[in-house]
Write a protein that binds this ligand. Structure first.
Ligand code: G1P
Length: 271
């Protein structure tokens, strides 16, 4: 069973400036709800019981958001507002399941994941990148089913335009398992068009084995001088660890760029 999820939240959000100069991008509202709450709701619905947030000192506002009990209690005691009461209840539910760890320098997704090592209990865990919202169908839940059936690691996959491959991690697919699931024989972080083995991109949902931590420790900085989870996955695949690319059914919203962020509210409002 997959019961724990980790969420890297220490990124600086430069692609969303000026909105992120004093504000955490994951708390920015998307159709009236902070982006990170969509991610938490996806986790809860997928059966996750504990979520580890990797934040930095600069992003302490994320912790404060979930720990503002005194403020809520004061308001609730003076105003008998049902909506505020139920919002506070929701925050308390989230707070109960979140643990915080710190990554004070933004050294990449692999480095962020490594910070959670001592808290991971089971053989496999889920990692979600909060810039990537997937609506209409719970991607994590579907990936957990694929993991259970195949007893393998699973990552979300989406077809992208050839001229855009250098924006993503790109898969080399081998055996077709069924319509939506393929065995991966390699994955490359942000390759050039020439070097890209396909147009299938990594989207930010990963079911990873605990053994990934040892691979991360061996990595040298890769693209952009960061330690990428993609490179650690690559090392595991080379050691015959089974990874599956899952073509998810929901709709992908890229909340990490300004145009994508603006569009995400519009798309969610249509639901
Ligand atoms: C990260 C990963 C990349 C993946 C992407 C999905 O990149 O490194 O492999 O394709 O998320 O959103 P980033 O968006 O942090 O540049």
């Amino acid at each position: 069973m997959i019961k724990q999820a980790i969420i890297p939240l220490a990124g600086q959000g430069t692609r969303l400036l000026p909105l992120t100069s004093v504000f955490a991008k994951e708390l920015l509202p998307i159709n009236g709800k902070p982006g990170v709450e969509y991610i938490l709701d996806e986790c809860i619905e997928a059966g996750i019981k504990e979520v580890i947030f990797i934040i930095s000192k600069k992003k302490i506002m994320i912790k404060n958001y979930f720990y503002n009990d005194a403020f809520f209690k004061k308001i609730i005691s003076s105003k008998k507002d049902k909506r505020i009461k139920s919002e506070y209840k929701k925050i308390l539910k989230y707070k109960k399941m979140i643990k915080f760890v710190y990554q004070n320098s933004p050294l990449g997704t692999g480095d962020a994941a490594l910070k959670t090592q001592k808290f991971i209990k089971d053989k496999y865990f889920l990692m979600l990148l909060p810039d990537d919202l997937i609506i209409k169908k719970n991607c994590s839940k579907d990936m957990i089913s694929v993991h259970k059936i195949n007893k393998a690691s699973v990552m979300a996959s989406m077809l992208v335009k050839r001229n855009n491959v250098s924006r993503w991690g790109i898969y080399k697919l081998s055996k077709k398992i069924n319509k939506n699931n393929y065995k991966i024989s390699d994955v490359i972080e942000k390759p050039s068009i020439k070097k890209a083995p396909s147009n299938q991109a990594v989207i930010g949902r990963y079911i990873l084995p605990k053994t990934i931590f040892n691979e991360i420790k061996k990595l040298k900085p890769g693209k952009g001088q960061e330690i990428h989870i993609t490179d650690a996955i690559r090392s595991l695949i080379k050691k015959n660890s089974k990874f599956i690319a899952h073509k998810f059914k929901g709709k992908y919203l890229d909340c990490g760029t300004m145009s994508g962020y603006i569009n995400s509210s519009k798309e969610i409002a249509k639901l």
